[in-house]
Design a protein around this ligand. Sequence first.
Ligand code: HEC
Length: 167
Amino acid sequence: MKNILTLIILIIIGFLIFIYSGIYNIAATEPHTKLVLWIMHTTMERSVKTHAKGINTPTLDESLVKTGFDHYSEMCEGCHGKPGLSPSEMDLGFYHEPPDLSKGFEWSPAELFWIIKNGIKMSAMPAFGPTHKDEELWSIVAFLKRLPDLTPEEYREMEKAAQGKTR
Ligand code: HEC
């Protein structure tokens, strides 16, 4: 029993020395090890799936897609891209890089809603819940479901239509 206690105290002291020494490289240019990447990714994925359980998805009809596009082009496109556009200089400097959502994703509508509303800790993904109503967030989900099927031309048409109207 005494030996286990000594071991635990030594591990805690080891951790504190590691943290305070500053030897850990926090630079975004220094990739995580495979183990840390696995821990972060799996924790994120499992957390989203667990927390999104019980969220009821409303009917996401076509009329929401345009509103969702307006929000996406204003708030998300800069990080998550659009059809036919290669990643921006800022995207390439992120660690983790924001995924290009126009290339598809495997989240359900409820999971997308949860991610957009709450954001993701220890990443650049902001929470939009504090500044947006649930209806607005669902419109972004409606647009995201369409996004991977849009061609660059169709996206440009939506941009033109949005520029033509006063917000
Ligand atoms: C400042 C950059 C930034 C902005 C703005 C941003 N995101 Fe993100 N987003 C990220 C990053 C970085 C991740 C990756 C997080 C991770 O994997 O830990 C992410 C992850 C996501 C994911 C999960 C994707 C996946 O497959 O892992 C979704 C969905 C998402 N964002 C949607 C949105 C939407 C919708 C908006 C706009 C309302 C938005 N994001 C705005 C940076 C951003």
